[in-house]
Ligand binder design. Structure first.
Ligand SMILES: Nc1ncnc2c1ncn2[C@@H]1O[C@H](COP(=O)(O)OP(=O)(O)OP(=O)(O)O)[C@@H](O)[C@H]1O
Length: 251
């Protein structure tokens, strides 16, 4: 059996009496296009926070390419290649698109805040930024402030920032959230073009996006893995329809 890109073993998280994550044994295969779905409150956010190190589990393990990362802080997990899409509304609010990419690339390559020097003084950064701008359809907006971008471009920048960290495993957290229908296709196209060297877990509410993107789906219900299978298997699973697809609450 191949070593999974990312794995959890008997992962548990309790908040007081509430079991937010219950014995989750999850495998993300190398090169995967895997989606995690579940009704509102199923525990998707908690699970992602356990993977990235925002939360510590009550018990269990998180293993990245065969190595336990459970004791590692968030930044160390990123350096090891486990990256979640950025939320640009916090750290990057006052920065332009180019400045935010320069910041992330500098951090990755250990230059820290040296990115404040003119980018042409920092070898390689300018070229890498230009490639990212082109790859993610951000060519014409490099000097715009991040928060002034239309939502579609903001989401693309979030993915570009994550890719700038050189992930081996990418957690795409609702990559099309807030994007108007007309612009969703562009976001989806860029996601579908991501390199297969990157194993991807997509957490998403939008079923069209899930069914278009994923070749494997896991369903989380009340903190536990409820079902897992190919897109066809999950689409045909009557139990999944009952708890999720047929229900009013999508999440
Ligand atoms: N810090 C916390 N303290 C107490 N309870 C929490 C905490 N974080 C999450 N929960 C609870 O854990 C359960 C799972 O929440 P979580 O946000 O992970 O679900 P979710 O599937 O991401 O839902 P949504 O799609 O609505 O964001 C919920 O019942 C929530 O109220």
């Amino acid at each position: 059996m191949t070593t999974p890109a990312l794995e959890t073993r008997d992962l548990n998280k309790t908040f007081g009496a509430l079991n937010a994550t219950t014995n989750v044994n999850f495998r993300l295969e190398p090169g995967a296009r895997h989606a995690l779905i579940g009704p509102n409150g199923a525990g998707k956010t908690t699970f992602i926070n356990l993977l990235t190190g925002v939360l510590q589990p009550s018990s269990g393990d998180v293993i990245l390419h065969g190595e336990s990362i459970i004791g590692l802080k968030r930044e160390r997990r990123v350096r090891k290649g486990l990256v979640r899409t950025f939320q640009i509304n916090q750290l990057f609010a006052g920065l332009t698109v180019i400045e935010s990419l320069a910041l992330v690339i500098s951090e990755r390559s250990g230059r820290g805040w040296n990115w404040l020097r003119p980018t042409h003084a920092v070898a390689g950064i300018e070229r890498e930024i230009a490639t990212l701008l082109k790859d993610f359809g951000l060519d014409g907006v490099g000097d715009e402030k991040c928060l002034a971008l239309p939502y579609g471009k903001q989401r693309l920048l979030e993915i570009a920032l994550a890719i700038a960290c050189r992930p081996r495993v990418l957690l795409l957290d609702e990559p099309a959230a807030g994007v108007p229908e007309a612009d969703r296709k562009e976001v989806m196209q860029h996601i579908s073009r991501l390199s297969s060297d990157v194993s991807i877990l997509l957490i998403e509410h939008d079923m069209d996006l899930v069914f278009n993107f994923a070749n494997r789906i896991s369903v989380l219900v009340a903190g536990a893995l409820f079902a897992e299978g190919s897109v066809d298997q999950i689409a045909r699973d009557q139990r999944v329809k009952e708890v999720y697809l047929g229900g009013a609450a999508h999440g």
